[in-house]
Design a binder for this molecule. Sequence first.
Ligand code: SF4
Ligand code: SF4
Length: 275
Amino acid sequence: MTYAWLIDTTKCMACFDCVVACKDEYVDNAWLPYSEAQPATGQFWMNLVVNERGQLPGKIRVNNFPFLCNHCTTAPCQTAATGGAVYTRSDGLVIIDPAKSKGQQQIVAACPYNVIYWNATLGIPQKCTGCAHLLDNGWTQPRCVGTCPTGAIQWGTLATLQSQITALGAKVWHPEFNTGPQVYYVGAGAQGLVFIAGALYASSNDAAIQGATVTVTAGSTNLTTTSDIFGDFWVDGLAANTSYTVTITATGHTTVTKTVSTSSGSQDLGDIAMS
Ligand code: SF4
Ligand code: SF4
């Protein structure tokens, strides 16, 4: 059995409740043998960043990204540790042993996700334990999961979550690290994907064009959307560093075709006049 997290970043409103719940559980509280107390400042075993896609001035999208230890199946932190200081439980949770890891600062640097913190006072590396102490005492989920008001964080066995992971197209963070993360993410921003956006208006009278069909193609990719009442359109979930053909058709207007590169990320094409 392996526990996994399924985080839908499109449901995250950056309330930081999960971050605070983690702090409430661990700051000044030692849960041996899994963790010494977390210091009051400087460590975020559950963390959150707010990323923006696109460039100002122009259209941008905000992507809230909660993150924690990925409880990797091939964990570099475990490889870097000596004397069994990092181990994987039978439920897949990766634990840093507070006693055995004393003085092993190399464990911090070994994590490619930078989710391990060095406690200089105690001389130990620290991170998320998956609330192993709670699960051992009958809790049905870690604190971060139970506190999320939007259901953005789901948790359970990988077998239980697998159908949702597949259906939602959830992906792990930085799959190229090849560490076997057990935290899966939903959301274009969380998956490093980009958008192409713009706004359509009629050159004859400057009126916004609603209902235009915008198609974005490259290779086997073929995504279509419709402009809204303001003439705005967004095509999200595109790959970075790709050259796309954007074709815009609207009844009574001449078709517009553009070649757009996403080499610098998401692209706002700005106001587009249609004759
Ligand atoms: S995310 Fe980092 S700390 Fe967590 S198991 Fe993977 S390598 Fe270790
Ligand atoms: S508790 Fe849920 S909604 Fe709030 S920041 Fe965490 S993941 Fe996002």
